[in-house]
Design a protein around this ligand. Structure first.
Ligand SMILES: [Zn+2]
Length: 235
């Protein structure tokens, strides 16, 4: 019998498979088969969280620079506040900066800085954190099966589906060497005050984003290496 690992329905429709990581990041292998996630969750909230993750500025920028197409095979220009990244045929990317001051020389040649599109408000940051938690929870299901369907994981499912009662933070790695060949998610199961949860770190192109649920169970997260932005259940 099919059962949704998010809303736990057994009576919904189950026609769709679920990509643990967005298809538009090239994921063709980490997939939950039809029957694991109901279509209502899959096509609704999970689809929104996937979009939020793919559009996170660092990820969107790497996707544009390395010409990784959308799931429909399209290459789209990326417009940051002060930078345009356009595709000019295979292997040719044009970067238009608004000002010379964005460029400086470095030991490796030149580097540029850009201002992202999206303000890192608590409500936006919380959506990114929920997207990471979604990936980690699905990886945990892949590894541990029905164990994660136990009632002690109900608050985690609620945090992913609604963001209610999700007080935590998003941790963004301060210094990374972007790498287009890297992608995946690490998770550590936790238990804190009778609530089962996860420490989750998602790393695409080596851009590392982490979060914890519940808050307080983050022993082992090397937070000094991250910029940390907090949000609350009300954001
Ligand atoms: Zn569902």
């Amino acid at each position: 019998m099919s059962k949704c690992i998010f809303c736990l329905t057994v009576s919904g429709q189950f026609l769709s498979e679920e990509h643990i990581f967005p298809e538009s990041l090239g994921n063709k292998t980490k997939i939950l088969p039809a029957g694991c996630v109901c279509d209502f969750c899959n096509n609704g909230v999970l689809s929104i969280l996937d979009s939020v993750f793919v559009q996170f500025d660092g990820i969107a920028m790497m996707k544009a620079l390395h010409q990784i197409p959308s799931k429909h095979g399209q290459l789209k220009a990326l417009f940051l506040q002060d930078t345009k990244i356009k595709h000019r045929g295979s292997g040719h990317v044009e970067i238009q900066l608004s000002s010379n001051e964005q460029v400086s020389s470095s030991d490796n040649g030149a580097q540029w800085t850009s201002i992202g599109r999206t303000k890192l408000t608590p409500s936006y940051i919380k959506q990114v954190a929920r997207a990471i938690l979604k990936q980690a929870y699905e990886c945990a299901f892949l590894d541990h099966g029905p164990l994660v369907l136990e009632g002690s994981f109900d608050p985690l499912r609620e945090a992913i589906l609604t963001g209610k009662n999700f007080d935590s933070y998003l941790a963004i790695k301060k210094q990374v060497s972007p790498d287009p060949t890297k992608g995946g998610c690490k998770y550590i199961p936790t238990s804190f005050g009778g609530v089962s949860g996860l420490i989750a770190v998602s790393s695409f192109f080596n851009i590392q984003l982490g979060t914890v649920f519940p808050f307080g169970s983050d022993e082992g997260m090397p937070l000094d290496q991250f910029n940390v932005i907090h949000f609350s259940g009300l954001d």
